[in-house]
Structures are given as structure tokens and as C-alpha cells.
Design a protein around this ligand. Structure first.
Ligand code: B12
Ligand code: SF4
Length: 458
């Protein structure tokens, strides 16, 4: 059987991406779970890959909520060609009824427990409508099919060592998508990181862990990092800020080649942190925590959210200065988004704050989909764009790069340089995060139909 796996995408910047830094792991992971008797291709729409006409028997589409309109259009397109089309991923999992309108079958939750049965059912032409994936132990996950990744991605070695996170932030779907915390056997992770059949040295050298919270179990993290030392890789991941107090772990991170950690800082306002149930973050300790990572030469990437309940237009705009003062090397600036499957969504729905009629494309992390507590939706969008422009201005990008020379190790400095340059160039070209109220590039024939469906789930 021929299978096309498509990672659906709608561009998130006005003129799209100039460079594609790192790929999703989902497509090449699903491909690795597929028995070798099938022929599988993986297409990343973010690279404009799209098999308009295909000879595949089965088309499998993965997508986040913000890319759902495109995924639904693709599903229609391939069903019209007589293909069997299935959907999966975080959006499908929490929007079952809606997704069933567009797909022949859907997979909710994790695919490992149902993927082989689904493929058998497709071969035997007896597919069910819903396959409910159960979270399994991670001891049998194979190495992703890195051979299927196009060279266009700067980093190619994306790895997953753990799933889940012990925290329960109100805006996050991880607790409902991947409940509990599970780890892969260290030797299997080492097999992935030692896969070196890539063209460029940096593609062999750099390992990006796409985990929810890699260091959540200290015991596991220590075992993994000790095993990684002889491989001399440069690695990055996301972790929670409490690691900054664990000197032993930080030393081991440095020794095993850690060059970058993503922290979900989210906000400098205590009321906002409380509204997100992010009690593990203490705003007065950010500088101290970041400094501990810098002492070990590690680049700190930080996620910040605009529009939490304690935020005002001024507090949003002030973040450009505050994040610089706190020592952040690379900021990631998003707008609060109430995804289905989160407590935030339930609360916003109850308080009737979700803006009706905004299609799923607005749920891309850069547009406003709810009524903020202390400003209008328009003011929030305006404040976010002002923050984005200020934070990625030549001044702040340059300052962040220059000061990092003092404390970052080589690989970490490369990350700081490349990422700041990546966003600063966008800023200088006016390639801002896309505003769907003004922008006309994304107008498709099914849009009104999709908008009608939005909100249908009970
Ligand atoms: C790694 C990651 C990223 C990476 C990589 C993004 C990417 N495109 O893959 C980065 C940091 C770039 C990122 C960015 C964003 N992310 Co993100 N990310 C994750 C994270 C932590 C892990 C995803 C992952 O790779 N898991 C490992 C793979 C193997 O598992 P998986 O993708 O879940 O797939 C499994 C199942 O879902 C299922 N499955 C998935 N698709 C399909 C398809 C088919 C056909 C089938 C059968 C099964 C199936 O089977 C797989 C195996 O079990 C998740 C959290 C989570 N636990 O899901 C958030 C998550 C997916 N991200 C999320 C969001 C919102 C974003 C952003 C919009 C954030 C922002 N404000 O900018 C951006 C979007 C950027 C972009 N261009 O795509 C949300 C999505 C919520 C939603 N309903 O859409 C999540 C769930 C986190 C959250 N906040 O709740 N993200
Ligand atoms: S710490 Fe991160 S992954 Fe864990 S629940 Fe909070 S936002 Fe989600």
C-alpha cells in the first residue's frame, strides 16, 4: 500500500518563512511505525510540499488547531480523488465530531496502539470511524525515519525521549494529550542520537529533543545525560525553570553538550502567572535562574504569552525590555489561545469570552480568539505586535547577541545568533506574524463552512 503522510500548515508570517530551521517529528515518527511492506512518503506543507495529485492509497494528515482549515481542505481534496483520508493530532483529539465531517477515519490521542490495526483495516477495506489511541509504554518506539526528511531543514535530528509533564498549566493540552510522565529506554534514545547519516556536520552534531519536559524526572535525565557524554553532541530541549537550582544536573547538562533550553516563562506579572496556574514560575527569580544556565554556557530561549488575565497593553509592551533585563537570549512571543482540552478553554467558554466566528486559522498562537480581561481584543493584538517589533528590533537583537558572546559556549552562541538574526530579518523586512483580520492570503472556498462548524463540539 502507498501512504502519504502530510503535516498540514498555514503560513504564520505575512510573507512566509525565509528559512526552515527544524522539522516536526510527528511525520517521520508515524513513518517509522509503519510496517516496511508499505511505501511511505512524508510531506511538510511548511516547505510548500504538497502532493496535489498522488497515487497513494491512503493519505494521513496531522495538524495543530491553527492549521485545521488547511487540513480539512486537503482532506476534501484527496477524498474527491477517491483516496482514503485519515486525520490525527492534538486538534482531532479534542474535536472528534467536527473532524469526522472531513475524514474517513480519525485517530484520537497517541497512534502507537492503533496504527497497525488501522493499516490492516484500510488494506481490508473495513475501516472504523474512530480509533482511540491509548498511551502505551515507550519502550518500543523505533528510530524516526530521518531518511525521509528533506535537506532544507537546518536541524534534522529531532528526538523524543519522554512524553508528558507533571505540571498542569491551565492553557496547555499536554496533560490531556499525554497524561502522566513516561520515558523511553536510554539505549533507544542513544540509538536515535547516534544516527548520523546526514549531509552537513551541524545536522549530525545537533539534537533537538521535542519533549514536553525532558528533565521532569531527575533520575531519568541524569541517566540519559551520562550516556550521551561520549557522543559529543550539541543538544536542545524544553524544561521547567526549577532545574536552575540543581547544580548537579546543570553540570551534567553542560558536560553532555546542552546548548539551549526553552523555558515557558510566560509572564512577568504575578496575577497573570496565577491565572495560568503556573505556580512553579517566580517572576522575581527569573534573572537568577537564567544566570545559572548562562554560567554553564547554555542559551536560554523563553516563551512569553500576551493576554493573560493580569496583562494590560502597557505590561505587554514592557516585556521587550523586561525579557532583555532578565537575560533571555531568544524570546518566543505568542498570544494566549484557549485550545480545546484545556481548563482555560472551559473557563473562557463559561465566561463567554471566546470570540464567535473566528476560524481555526486564528488559533495559530499569533491572533486573538478571546476577550482579554483588561483590554479589548484589538488592543491586545496591537500591543502584541508592538512587543514583537520592539523585541526583534535591530537594537534588542544586536544587544542580545553581543552580550551572549561573554557567556555562551560555541554551539549555544550559534543558536542565539541564528535565531535572533532569523527574527530580526523578518522584523526588518516587515514580515510580521500574520493578522487574519487584515490579511487576505488565506481565503479559501470552504472557509465559511468551516467557520460554521467551529464551536460545534459540546
Ligand atoms: C515539539 C512541539 C513543538 C515544536 C515543533 C512543532 C511541530 N510542528 O511539530 C515547536 C516548538 C516548533 C512548536 C511550536 C508550536 N506549537 Co507545539 N508542541 C510541541 C509538543 C511539545 C510535542 C509535539 C511532538 O512532536 N510530540 C511527539 C510526536 C511523536 O507526537 P505527536 O505530534 O503528538 O503525535 C502523536 C499523536 O498526536 C498522534 N498523531 C499526531 N498526528 C497524527 C496524524 C495521524 C494521521 C495519526 C494517525 C496520528 C497522529 O500520533 C503520534 C504518535 O503517538 C506538543 C505537546 C504535545 N505533547 O503534543 C506541543 C503542541 C503540539 N504545540 C502546540 C502549539 C499551540 C504550538 C504553537 C502554535 C505555539 C505558538 N504559540 O506559537 C507553535 C506552532 C508552530 C508550528 N510552526 O507548527 C499545542 C497544540 C494545541 C492544538 N490544539 O493545536 C501543543 C499540543 C502544546 C500545547 N500548548 O497544548 N511545538
Ligand atoms: S510546564 Fe509546559 S508542558 Fe508542562 S503543563 Fe505547563 S506549559 Fe504544559
Amino acid at each position: 500500500m502507498k501512504i502519504d503522510i502530510i503535516l498540514a500548515y498555514i503560513q504564520r508570517y505575512e510573507f512566509g518563512h525565509e528559512k526552515d530551521f527544524v522539522p516536526p517529528i510527528t511525520g517521520i515518527h508515524l513513518a517509522s511505525l509503519t510496517p516496511s511492506k508499505h511505501q511511505v512518503h512524508v510531506f511538510h506543507q511548511q516547505l510548500n510540499e504538497n502532493p496535489v495529485v498522488t497515487d497513494a492509497d491512503l493519505v494521513a494528515i496531522s495538524f495543530f488547531s491553527g492549521f485545521a482549515p488547511e487540513a480539512f481542505l486537503l482532506a476534501n481534496h484527496y477524498r474527491c480523488q477517491g483516496k482514503i483520508v485519515i486525520g490525527g493530532g492534538p486538534h482531532v483529539t479534542h474535536s472528534v465530531n467536527e473532524s469526522l465531517r472531513y475524514f474517513d477515519a480519525i485517530v484520537t490521542g497517541e497512534a502507537e496502539s492503533v496504527w497497525p490495526d488501522l493499516l490492516n483495516d484500510v488494506e481490508n477495506r473495513r475501516i472504523q470511524r474512530v480509533y482511540s489511541g491509548k498511551p502505551l509504554k515507550l519502550d518500543k518506539l523505533p528510530t524516526p525515519r530521518y531518511d525521509l526528511l528533506p535537506d532544507k531543514f537546518f536541524v534534522k535530528k529531532v528526538v523524543q525521549a519522554t512524553r508528558g509533564c507533571p505540571f498542569n498549566c491551565s492553557f496547555c493540552t499536554v496533560p490531556s494529550l499525554s497524561p502522566g510522565f513516561r520515558t523511553r529506554p536510554v539505549e533507544n534514545v542513544i540509538a536515535d542520537i547516534s544516527y548520523d547519516n546526514f549531509k552537513h556536520w551541524w545536522q549530525r552534531k545537533m539534537v533537538w529533543f521535542w519533549d514536553d519536559n525532558l528533565t521532569a524526572s531527575r533520575k531519568y535525565a541524569e541517566k540519559l545525560l551520562k550516556a550521551m557524554i561520549p557522543y559529543k553532541k550539541w543538544w536542545l530541549t524544553q524544561a521547567s525553570m526549577d532545574i536552575s537550582g540543581d547544580e548537579n544536573l546543570l553540570r551534567l547538562m553542560k558536560k553532555s553538550g546542552c546548548i539551549g533550553i526553552f523555558f515557558g516563562i510566560e509572564s512577568f506579572i504575578d496575577e497573570s502567572l496565577a491565572s495560568a496556574d503556573k505556580s512553579q514560575n517566580k517572576s522575581r527569580k527569573y534573572s537568577e535562574a537564567i544566570n545559572q544556565l548562562h554560567k554553564n554556557g547554555i542559551c536560554v530561549m523563553a516563551g512569553l504569552i500576551s493576554g493573560l488575565d493580569g496583562d494590560t497593553t502597557d505590561s505587554v509592551k514592557e516585556m521587550a525590555k523586561k525579557l532583555y533585563e532578565a537575560g533571555v537570549d531568544v524570546p518566543f512571543l505568542s498570544i494566549l489561545t484557549p485550545y480545546r482540552g484545556t481548563r482555560l478553554y472551559e473557563r473562557m467558554k463559561k465566561e463567554q469570552r471566546i470570540i464567535a466566528g473566528r476560524g481555526w486559522e486564528y488559533y495559530n498562537g499569533y491572533n486573538v480568539t478571546f476577550v482579554p480581561a483588561k483590554m479589548t481584543p484589538e488592543k491586545l493584538l496591537e500591543a502584541h505586535r508592538a512587543l514583537w517589533c520592539e523585541a526583534f528590533s535591530l537594537k534588542y537583537s544586536f544587544l542580545r547577541i553581543v552580550r551572549s558572546i561573554r557567556y555562551l559556549r560555541l554551539g549555544a552562541f550559534m543558536v542565539c545568533l541564528l535565531m535572533n538574526a532569523f527574527y530580526c530579518i523578518k522584523r526588518l523586512r516587515g514580515n510580521l506574524p500574520v493578522n487574519f483580520q487584515k490579511n487576505t492570503f488565506y481565503r479559501r472556498e470552504f472557509e465559511s463552512d468551516i467557520m460554521k462548524m467551529h464551536g460545534e463540539e459540546s
